[in-house]
Design a protein around this ligand. Structure first.
Ligand code: NAD
Length: 360
């Protein structure tokens, strides 16, 4: 197969982690007989430096014309004091919106080799953590009306949360389809004992579940979920929820796996072109030193292979290669412990690429 990938290296450690990831994609192409064409796209601080804006129409067009987008990270001290509408982050929000990316998928998986990094008790960690949060990304209270008014001399603030059936159903389909490629369980998170939006989510959850008889479906209140994630995370496979609950729960889920440099994400939407990126930022404190951990980006590329290109074996091969490298004691500095072998960002990319090829 031949695929065109728009590559946004971005700022800070972005170019380092993306370059390491392209080594791994090249190894996948070689092993499985595919051709991946990479097209560079500027976005974020580097685009501000070149064009005066964080995102150009040309950049959007290149992304929309691609089969998928791979993003490193954007932002940094240099652009921190710019006005809000031309900051690097505005480029990312603009691109998500232009691509109609309404779902954000963030797996939280604990690698047994890094179990020491989890803040949870060993007896909880032993049962395993391997879940995915599917979060609605462009609706709900973050996108509703916000206003602050003064009534009888007192300030009153209001934020409106609303969802349409269409917005909920399209996200639920993503969650159920994802569960079909995993352990076949979906848990829908809501606050249906209080909120009308949640009552609609719950009603539609049952409706859509009926279309996926192979999936074990259940729901849970958001406050209980926050507790269950630290008490018994092994019970979750795919967790699906609205924007604000997903924002909070996905950070909690990332935290219990212990390491920010290891976690990938994907955003899928209306156009069929997905965007894949690690969950961390541009880490300006370590940029340019070739010490960043590229595994979150490498695993994002593995998600791209599975969910955008239907290349399940290729995706599994990348995940197996990451596991193999960790088993061999190879570590970037952020996950290093005594007795392991410390490698740079580029060396980590080379090791994972070599492991992909060695399994040929
Ligand atoms: P950050 O995620 O960049 O860094 C937080 C800490 O984690 C830092 O100490 C950093 O060195 C470390 N870290 C992050 N990724 C790492 C990796 N792969 N390997 C090793 N260590 C890693 O968050 P921040 O410092 O709050 O933000 C820095 C910049 O990134 C800001 O400009 C912010 O706006 C931007 N940002 C961008 C994105 C994105 O591109 N999607 C997301 C979040 C933040």
């Amino acid at each position: 197969m031949e695929k065109n990938i728009a590559v946004i290296r971005g700022d800070g450690i972005g170019p380092e982690i993306v370059n390491a990831t392209l080594d791994v994609l090249d190894a996948v192409a070689e092993r499985f007989g595919h051709k991946f064409n990479y097209e560079d796209v500027d976005m974020g601080g580097c685009s501000i430096d070149k064009y005066g804006v964080p995102l150009t129409e040309e950049a959007i067009a290149k992304c929309l014309a691609s089969d998928s987008v791979l993003l490193g990270a954007i932002g940094g001290y240099k652009w921190d004091n710019l006005p809000g509408d031309i900051r690097p982050e505005r480029g990312l929000l603009g691109l998500r919106s232009a691509m109609g990316l309404y779902s954000n998928v963030r797996p939280a998986r604990l690698f047994p080799q890094l179990a020491f990094a989890s803040p949870l008790k060993p007896e909880i960690v032993e049962r395993g953590i391997d879940l995915v949060i599917v979060r609605e990304l462009i609706g709900g209270v973050y996108f509703g009306e916000h206003k602050t008014e003064v009534i009888d001399g007192e300030k009153k603030a209001t934020d409106v949360m609303s969802y349409t059936e269409h917005e909920i159903e399209r996200l639920l389909h993503i969650a159920f389809k994802m569960a079909q490629k995993r352990r076949k369980k979906v848990t829908m998170i809501d606050k249906a004992n209080v909120l009308d939006t949640s009552k609609l989510w719950r009603e539609l959850g049952y409706k859509i579940a009926g279309q996926y008889p192979d999936i074990d479906y259940d729901y849970m209140l958001v406050d209980n979920t926050a507790m269950q994630l630290v008490k018994n995370p092994a019970q979750f496979d795919v967790v699906v929820t609205e924007n604000m609950f997903g924002d909070i729960l996905s950070d909690e889920a990332s935290m219990i796996t212990g390491s920010i440099g290891m976690i990938p994400s994907s955003s899928l939407g209306e156009t069929g072109v997905g965007m894949y990126e690690p969950i961390h930022g541009s880490a300006p404190d370590i940029a340019g030193q070739n010490i960043a951990n590229p595994i979150g980006t490498i695993l994002s590329a593995a998600m791209m292979l599975k969910y955008s290109f239907d290349m399940d074996s290729e995706s599994d091969a990348v995940e197996a290669a990451v596991n193999q490298v960790l088993d061999n004691g190879i570590r970037t500095v952020d996950i290093y412990t005594d007795g392991m072998t410390k490698v740079s960002c580029s060396e980590m990319g080379e090791k994972v690429a070599a492991a992909v090829l060695a399994a040929k």
